[in-house]
Design a protein around this ligand. Structure first.
Ligand SMILES: [Zn+2]
Length: 303
């Protein structure tokens, strides 16, 4: 299984240029990329002559990186015309870059009975584009431990959405961190998703089993093995369903997430907010070895 990382970990913090991100991750040993089209600074949603996408294609080839999946822009705004426009553009970009899987966030509804019809109706507008490009939408599991309105937390709901929308056009993206925050069993859910699993978002956090409280449980996107997800359960599930996609890390550590300002001499002090490049580079290097270790331990590492 190829080791992948999302490009947004680089483009969000340093240079807003995906081709630079591709070179950076290839140098660290990563074999595949999850292209963060959701990142507004990526430039791919506003690329009238296609030159940005062209450069990405060229660099990915040079660096021998597999562009296996991308992340679409997402907001819980089904009536926002800009979102529909951006999603259409993201599908076209994926088609051009031969990215098979485009991750989308299913919309939330107050009433669970409306969750599947609303999402099926909304995403149906893109079917002609999906036919043209061959791209599959991957519905991601979302939600939080105190979030009562997000209905797409379980394999059952995600599979039901895929069944209704059509397997020809839709798959599932299982996010380990969101699964943990909604207290889902990783093995049970991933094996139930089975052949519907298109791609994964691997990262860690702390579900408040031991210390209940919001401050300990948030969508931290920590490195795997830095939280309380049982990754043995997740790895075994990938094997048992014969998953053929990439092992994609969706982390963004280190990232200072202060909740309480420190005001000193009348000014908010954020001296430690910018993380120096060298710390991040070493972190991304360590992240690579964590991913490699996980794959090797389960006999899944591929050169
Ligand atoms: Zn995710």
């Amino acid at each position: 299984m190829k080791l992948s990382v999302c490009s947004g970990g680089y483009t969000r913090f340093f240079i807003h240029d995906s081709s630079e991100a591709l070179r950076y991750y290839a140098n660290l040993g990563y074999q595949a990329i999850d292209l963060s089209i959701d990142n507004a600074n990526e430039g791919l949603l506003d690329d009238p002559d296609g030159s940005h996408a062209k450069t990405i294609k060229k660099v990915a080839k040079e660096c021998n990186l597999w562009l296996y999946q991308a992340h679409a822009p997402g907001a819980n705004e089904p009536t926002n015309p800009k979102l529909a426009k951006d999603l259409a553009k993201a599908i076209e970009v994926c088609g051009y870059l031969e990215i098979e899987n485009l991750v989308i966030h299913p919309f939330m509804t107050e009433d669970i009975s409306q969750a599947i019809p609303l999402n099926v109706e909304y995403f149906s507008q893109f079917i002609p584009l999906l036919d043209k490009t061959g791209v599959k939408l991957c519905a991601e599991n979302l939600g939080n431990f105190n979030d009562v309105h997000h209905h797409f937390k379980t394999a059952e709901m995600l599979n039901a959405l895929v069944d209704k929308f059509g397997k020809k056009y839709m798959r599932v993206c299982w996010d380990t961190g969101h699964g943990n925050l909604t207290n889902q069993d990783q093995y049970e859910n991933v094996t139930k998703i089975g052949s519907n699993l298109g791609c994964v978002h691997v990262h860690d956090n702390y579900y408040p089993i031991f210390v209940p409280g919001e401050q300990y449980a948030f969508d931290a996107h920590n490195f795997p093995l830095f939280g309380n997800i049982n990754f043995d359960a997740f790895m075994q599930a990938l094997i048992d369903i014969n998953y053929k996609g990439t092992f994609n890390l969706e982390t963004d550590t280190p990232n200072r997430r202060g909740h309480r300002d420190f005001v000193y001499n009348g000014e908010v002090t954020l001296k430690l907010k910018p993380i120096p490049f060298e710390i991040r580079r070493r972190s991304d290097e360590m992240l690579f070895y964590i991913g490699k270790y996980m794959l090797e331990t389960y006999g899944l590492w591929e050169d």
